[in-house]
Design a protein around this ligand. Structure first.
Ligand code: UD1
Length: 426
């Protein structure tokens, strides 16, 4: 019996390694999860390549299976989803609350079957994550949405969803994706005003078009979707993960290393490159999907805001904060997307970071010597933040609750070890 209760598997990180070598970036979590939901829009098989082997994809696969879909894995990182036999339109609560993306089964189920029911989505505890944008879009297309117990129930009107002009109060990523999928099969044209423009939203539009949809204005805040009668199967490759790429780029800069990122979505990461260069890192583009990140001089303090795309991604806020604990001077971070992205602050402080948070801002003073500690991965990106801090901390850090990291990072410890880090899972 140990005195302190253990919280599942954990990582043990020995600090001090300088990361060198190359790492292959996996498929994008937020694209892959939306794509898996899009497979519900057709009764023909959809084959998705480059799907990351992460827990969020596994749990969403289980959810699709529970609806009656067949989910096969014909090759590593490839999923073949056949929704031809889907006959359950209510998403099981325990799987919906596993991750945020699961709520995106609502749009496809509603469009295809006229009915969808789900409890509110789960995912990280990073602030209020309302779904008004999703539901407002369905209602604009004629659906009636009611609350029945814990469930949100959406019913399409007689004759199916109708195309509509939809204004989104906020350019929600999953809201845009959910509504876009529903609109793909609605009667007539839909226009989404204030749509999210994140690369993963753009890629979903391209997947839908490959399935026979008519989406235009891809990457713009005003999108047009001409509804079609039916969609067909296709094979489509998931883009690379810009957040995973950003995390390894930060690790390289933070440890004063020299790392080449292969299969990285270099062209959709301008904000990351600009901010890393401002801290003193060197970014060398070696090709369309290959970039080298290194640092030899000191790290400089910077200020940044986490914003919708093309601003710096909120998912890189916490990893960047870990880097800035080592920068000379005072850094200021403003979080402009979520209202509770500061869970990492207390954990970094345990390691010796000089950081305070005031609402949605954080102020860091550096460089602060970090020491190995026992910390928790409180959400997927807060977890990445403490892993990064552990790489430069003196001594051994134990990171607990790493199931959060497994939700979003494929083979994290293997990839870090491949670059020279000392990381063990136990
Ligand atoms: C997605 C990503 C997540 C990323 C986030 C922002 C997935 C599975 N997750 O999350 O990694 O951090 O985008 O880039 O793709 N909002 C509303 N009403 C709504 C929905 C959202 O006001 O109906 C607000 C939220 O409170 C939040 C902001 O919009 O302040 C951003 O949320 P959203 O873009 O919806 O994020 P997710 O799609 O949940």
């Amino acid at each position: 019996m140990t005195a302190v209760q253990r919280r599942g598997p954990r990582f043990t990180v020995q600090g001090g390694a300088v990361l060198r070598g190359s790492v292959r970036i996996s498929g994008a979590k937020n694209a892959a999860l939306a794509f898996m939901c899009a497979a519900l829009l057709t009764d023909e098989p959809v084959t998705l390549e480059n799907v990351p082997a992460i827990r969020d994809a596994t749990s969403l696969g289980e959810l699709l299976t529970s609806l009656g879909a067949t989910v096969d894995r014909p090759a590593p990182n490839t999923l073949r989803i056949d929704a031809g036999e889907v006959n359950v339109y209510e998403a099981p609560s325990e799987l919906i609350t596993e991750n945020r993306a699961s709520f995106q089964v609502m749009g496809p189920l509603l469009a295809c079957h006229g009915y969808a029911s789900s409890v509110p989505p789960g995912g990280d505890v990073i602030g209020q994550r309302p779904i008004d944008v999703h539901l407002g879009g369905f209602e604009a297309m004629g659906a009636v949405v009611t609350r029945e117990g814990e469930h949100f129930v959406a019913r399409a009107p007689e004759g199916g969803l109708r195309g509509a002009r939809i204004f989104m109060d906020y350019p929600s990523v999953s809201g845009t994706q959910n509504v876009m999928m529903a609109a793909a099969l609605a009667k007539g044209e839909s226009i989404i005003v204030n749509a999210a423009t994140e690369p993963e939203v753009q890629e979903l539009a391209r997947l839908l078009n490959a399935m026979g949809a008519k989406v235009s204005g891809i990457g713009q805040q005003i999108m047009h979707i001409e509804g079609v009668e039916r969609l067909h199967g296709t094979t489509f490759r998931v883009m690379s993960d810009r957040i995973e790429a950003g995390t390894y780029a930060i690790a390289a800069a933070m440890t004063g290393g020299d790392v080449t990122l292969e299969e990285a979505p270099v062209d959709v990461m301008d904000a990351t490159w600009a901010k890393l260069e401002a801290t003193g890192a060197t970014i060398e583009r070696l090709g369309e999907s290959c970039v080298r990140v290194s640092r030899s001089g000191p790290l400089r303090a910077i200020s940044f805001q986490a914003l919708p795309y093309p601003g710096l991604a909120t998912d890189l806020h916490a990893p960047m904060a870990a880097l800035l604990t080592q920068a000379q001077g005072v850094s200021i971070i403003h979080e402009r997307v979520f209202d509770n992205r500061m869970l990492y602050v207390g954990e970094l402080r345990k390691m010796g970071a000089e950081i305070v948070s005031t609402g949605s801002s954080a102020i860091l003073s550096g460089p602060a010597p970090l020491h190995g500690s026992r910390v928790r991965a409180l959400d997927v990106r807060a977890g990445a933040s403490v892993m990064l801090a552990a790489l430069v901390a003196q001594g051994t850090t134990t990171v607990e609750e790493i199931t959060h990291l497994d939700r979003g990072y494929e083979r994290l410890e293997e990839k870090l070890r491949g670059l020279g880090a000392e990381v063990e899972r136990s």
